[in-house]
Each structure stands twice: as C-alpha cells, then as structure tokens.
Write a protein that binds this ligand. Sequence first.
Ligand code: PLP
Ligand code: ZN
Length: 563
Amino acid sequence: MRTYTLSCFMCGQENSEDLTNTYCTACGGVLTVRYHGSSPAIQYPLETVATDELRTQPTELRKLHNLSRRYGIEIWGKLEYQNPSGCFKDRGSFIEVQKALELNRDAICLASTGNMAASVAMYACYYNIPCYVFVPENTAEGKLAQASIYNATVLRIKGDFSACEQLCKAFARSGNYYLAGDYVFREEGQKSVSYEILHQQEHDFDAVLVPVGCGTNFGAIHKGYHEALQAGLTKKIPALICVQPETSSPVVEGIFKREKVIKPSVTTMATAVAAADPIDFHKVQKGIEETDGRAFTVTESDILESLQEMAVSEGIFTEPACALPLAALKKEQRWFTGKRCLLMLTGTGLKDTGVVARNVLPSPVLPNDVAQVIDFIESGYPQLQRESFGKPRDTVLTQIRFSSDKQERFEDYLNRIGKKGKTLTPRETEAIQTLVFNDDSDLNFPLKVTDYTILMRKNGLVAASVLADMGGTELETSHEGVGPLDAVLGAMDKLTAVVFPVSLVDHALEVLSPGTNALVVASITLEHNGNQAQGKAASPDVIEAGLHAWIKAFAVLHKRYAQ
Ligand SMILES: *Cc1c(COP(=O)(O)O)cnc(C)c1O
Ligand SMILES: [Zn+2]
C-alpha cells in the first residue's frame, strides 16, 4: 500500500506512477505528491528509504556577520554548495535515483545545463545504474568534467537546453529508462532543506530568498515548510522571495501578469537559472501567495557586484546564480529591514570560474626576478585588478601606472599603433600591458632595422630586403619566401649570419580581435648554438609584429651568449 498519491497540481487528477512521473496524463500539468497523513518525520515517496551515503551531513546554516552589520539586517546563509557535488540538487538526485532503482529501470536519463547532470551522474554511478546526460554544446567545462568522471554517457547536443529536453524525452521512451529532471520526485528530495533549516535555526526566519530558474527548488522549499507546519514542527512559514536576473525572468513576469510566461530564449551570466520555460511556475506562484512573498529581478551588474561582495565579506565563493538573493536584498533593502533573512546559496563558484576570469583584468606572466615582481606590485596593477572587477575595462585600463621605463615603452607602443590609425580594444590593451610587464627592462637592442621593403615576384614568391645597423656596421640582405612574413624572417636569418648567427625555430601569430585592423601578437623563438630564446611583440601590422619579436629574441640571445 502506497502512503501517497501522485496528484496533478493543476486539475487534481490522480496519476498512476507506472504511467508518469512527469506530467499529468489528463491535462499536462505538473504533479505533486500528497501524503495520506502528516508525520513529524519527513516523508518520502519510496517503499524503503535508504540512507543517503553520499550526503552524510546537513549543510551549514551560518550567520553572515559582516553583511548583517553593513546593511543593518540580520542575514543568514544556507550553504547548499556544501553538498557533495557542489550544489543543492543532490537532495533531489538521491531520491530520483532511489526511485529509478525501485521501479527496476535499466538506466536513468536527463537533460541539464550542468549542475543536475553532475549531481545525477554522481548518485547513479554510486548506486550502480547507468546514466545518460543530454547537455547543450556550450556547457561549462567543470560541470561536464563531473558528469564524465562519474562515468555518465555524456551526450553533447547541438542546440540549447530545450533541444536537449525534447531529445531526452524521446530517448526515455526508447527503452526502460527513468526520465529524471525537474519533476515530482526531485521536489520530494529537495524539500528536505526546509526540515533541515527548521532543525538548525534558533529563531524563525521572516524571509527566505531563493534564486529561481525552473522554480522546482522554490516549490520544494515551500512544500517542505508546508508539510512541517502540518506536522506541527513550526508555527509559521517565512515569506518566500523569488529572485531572477532581469534578462531571464519569465517567473517574475508571470507573477505580475498572473499567468505563466514562456520566453523564446533567455540569456544571463547566471546560467543555472536560465530557464525560458519555467516548469514549476505555478508552484512558485502559490508559494508567494500563501507566504505573502515577493518576486524581484536584479541586473547583470548587480549579480557581479554581489558575487564579489559575498566572497570578500564572508569568504563564500558561489556561482553567479547564488548572488541573486544578496543582490535582491540590497536593492530592496527597505522591504527587508527588521526581518531575519536567509539567503539560499545554491552552488559553488569553482565549477564556472570563467565568469570571474571574464570580469577581472588578467594577471600577466612576470619574469623570474624579484625586482621586477616588486616593480609590478608597485605599478598599481594588482590594486586595479581588485577595484575593477566587473567594471567596464576601458576606463580602468587608463589608470595603470608603470615604472617610468616601462611607462615609456607602453606609450611607445601606443604611439606606434596610434600612428597606424587604430584604436585598441580592451583585450588588445591588456595584451600590450602584459607584453610590457614581460619585457626585460635591461635589454639592449644591438640590432636596429632601419628599413625594409617587400616585393611581389611574378612566380608567386615574395622578396624582402632588409637594411639594418649593428654597432655602427650597416647590414643589408634580401630573401625570397612564400609569404611576406616568411620572406622577412628569412632575410633576418641571413642578415646576422656573419656577426651572430641565429636560426628560426618557431613562430606563432595570435590575432586578438575580429576585423581587418586587428592587433597581432607575434611570438618568435630563435636558437644560437643550441640555446633558445623567445621574443614577443604586437602590432596591427603582421610584418612589424614579427620583426619586433625577432629582434627581441635576438637581443636576449646576444646579451647572454655574445662575448
Ligand atoms: C538549478 C539551480 C538553481 C535553480 O533551481 P530551479 O529549481 O531550476 O529553480 C539555482 N542555483 C543553482 C546553483 C542551480 O544549480
Ligand atoms: Zn492535470
């Protein structure tokens, strides 16, 4: 005898578990588990409830002291990123995998943008059931790595999450497979967080702030509180606050319109909540209505700012989705004043470090030399790195102070490039700053190129002539090659053959931006008597970049090995 019914959240119809664990067979609405009686112990829709051997401890409920002081609001965090896969989804994945085993399915399959794939793969692997994950082609590498290490069959699909979802549903019907996802049994697992909070808290919370994508977690938190209330474990349910990114907010929009909104597509840096068709919209709506909750949006720059603030103030590095609650609390400070607030911190920042990398000035590779390291620290660059997080780069880059010789080189670079009528993109400016930091300040340039010409020959070859000066001696040579750069570099080899012979080992070109006037960074490796050195230089002109890089590599070898 089952102690529960799978009933439709929309039409109330009872559904058979043998036929569906996703949508109502009568109306297509989402399902919910109704238990036949209330119980002080949490109830699960399983015949036998095994202990979760992977998640053996509750996640921490921590007062966030620095944020509380700063905003004059009592702020707590529920550190859900402490779950074993780094995300709250483990609570639901455990129950889904148990259910798949109970139903004797041959495998479990799901579509995911990353965290759910990692989490279900982990449990499926541990409990010995094959797992197929359908992910969009551009899924964060850290999340893919997790699914792979847990032996899931990773199916990267051309297209977005919706494409994966459709495909996975069809795949599920092709065999005796359990279709996992934001469905009714996941909700049953994820509701455990509310019981855990009630057990850990000393005083009731007034508001719980939740980052919302599909709305499943929000619905689960509400259901957990609701069942605990019925069982007499608490006297009140906190106001539940739904937070979404402005650019991905079908749920918030739907709350105000009082009907479900589906977007053609959504984009936000908080990829974990980028859901265009929020499956559990109606559960969120009910949760807000019944708890006198609210729905807020925040901007992308609010998200970045709160992401950094949480790390700097509380030592907590989460993924962007988890910055939504703090961002909302700051934006709607007046509404939250006087209330005990809990922020749901749903996932770790370590899976998607690209977000940080894209919003911080890169750390240049420094020479292995303490004087130059100190020089770098005093340049103000590290401080600027901290201050500029998430800010538009062009304004930031102009504030860097180099030591005087490096500043001269930097300006020299800018002048030369400016003469070619080019304005630099932020990425290009950074590349040049990195070059300047890396240049050896004591390097002399024994060889100076005074002129060069390039001629196209009839046979398709290119001829380059180079005129140079080395310690007062004038050198001149020419060389034919298959392209202009090839010809010039060949001429350079010949040019120095008598005075200090070097040979070209390797060269590489990196084009830093699209378009015809892009900055090119050339790297040239030269060899002299078995010793190698690399030179790097940048210019919008490929030949000049190559020539300067060659001259730098030459200067390094000459300094070290010429008597
Ligand atoms: C899945 C996820 C969410 C959103 O949960 P929904 O149930 O889709 O609303 C929020 N944060 C993180 C880190 C997630 O992985
Ligand atoms: Zn129905």
